[in-house]
Design a protein around this ligand. Structure first.
Ligand code: SF4
Length: 279
């Protein structure tokens, strides 16, 4: 384990030496991957704060877990919200984003929030803001061959210190440091902090309803509002006219949903999922 930790810290230190970021943040969704990367990063002096992107649609217990964990460890927490359109705005304007309609929530809920973090913290024209994530290569076979520990896109410098960790490394790290677990992850096998529905798996809303009925009720109420406006009102279902080719659907900010999509492909078959999720 110490080799994995040393390797992760080395990734962070070499990214700092190479990129000389003007600010650095540990991105914490509430899932266990980003919990480990955040815990590890905050044990160095590299990130100045933890960032949680609150997209406005997700399981509140995960947001509470993020807030409580940061408070317990004494990590400063910044919560960013999409600055313009909220999830509700999107649903009432375009209908629920199902498979093939990922580009809208991606752009308005994720991209805009990241833009705000970078804009507020970049000090010079060519400056970089480091965003430390819990992306792991073993979570995504699609990324396995090409994902790198650090990747710069404009002023955004993404760094994935635990990129080489597998599930065993993650669990061992959590046990060794006695890091509290998020019960949402243990119940749903996902952090549930973002539930746009674009990559919902079959039966996902029923599962959410079983454990977190308040969140399901919120989605149901929004569905009623959308239906009254004549918009697509079924969460997680494909809109009739959405036909976005795979290559136009970025996943860079939606790692956990990309990994979920791959697990769905394994369970239900690639062609079946591709037909529903990608077309
Ligand atoms: S695809 Fe997943 S992570 Fe991306 S906006 Fe939708 S729910 Fe959030």
């Amino acid at each position: 384990m110490s080799a994995s930790i040393d390797g992760a810290v080395a990734i962070l230190e070499s990214a700092v030496a190479e990129l000389k970021p003007e600010a650095a943040f540990a991105m914490f969704s509430g899932g266990h991957d980003s919990l480990c990367s955040t815990h590890l990063a905050m044990s160095t002096e590299i990130p100045q704060a933890v960032v949680h992107i609150n997209t406005g649609i997700g399981i509140p217990q995960t947001r509470e877990f993020v807030r409580n964990t940061c408070a317990a460890y004494g990590w400063p927490l910044l919560e960013y919200h999409p600055p313009k359109l909220t999830y509700r705005d999107i649903v009432l304007k375009f209908g629920f984003p199902g498979p093939g309609f990922h580009h809208v929530p991606y752009r308005w809920l994720k991209e805009r929030a990241i833009d705000a973090i970078v804009r507020e913290n970049k000090r010079t024209r060519l400056g970089k803001v480091m965003l430390i994530t819990g992306v792991r290569r073993s979570e995504s076979t699609r990324r396995m061959g090409h994902v790198k520990p650090s990747l710069t896109k404009g002023a955004r410098a993404w760094v994935a210190p635990i990129i080489g960790w597998d599930d065993h490394d993650k669990n061992e790290y959590m046990q060794e440091y006695e890091i509290p677990r998020n019960e949402v992850v243990d119940l749903l096998c996902m952090s549930g902090e973002c539930l746009c529905g674009a990559f919902a798996k079959p039966g996902e809303l029923d599962e959410i309803r079983t454990w977190f009925p308040g969140t399901a009720a919120e989605i149901d109420a929004l569905a009623e509002e959308a239906a009254a406006l004549g918009k697509h009102a079924i969460w997680g279902a494909r809109q009739k006219r959405s036909r976005v080719p795979k290559e136009q659907m970025p996943m860079d900010l939606c790692w956990s949903c990309e990994a979920k999509l791959e697990r769905m492909e394994e369970s239900y078959g690639t062609s079946e999922v591709s037909r529903e999720a990608r077309i």
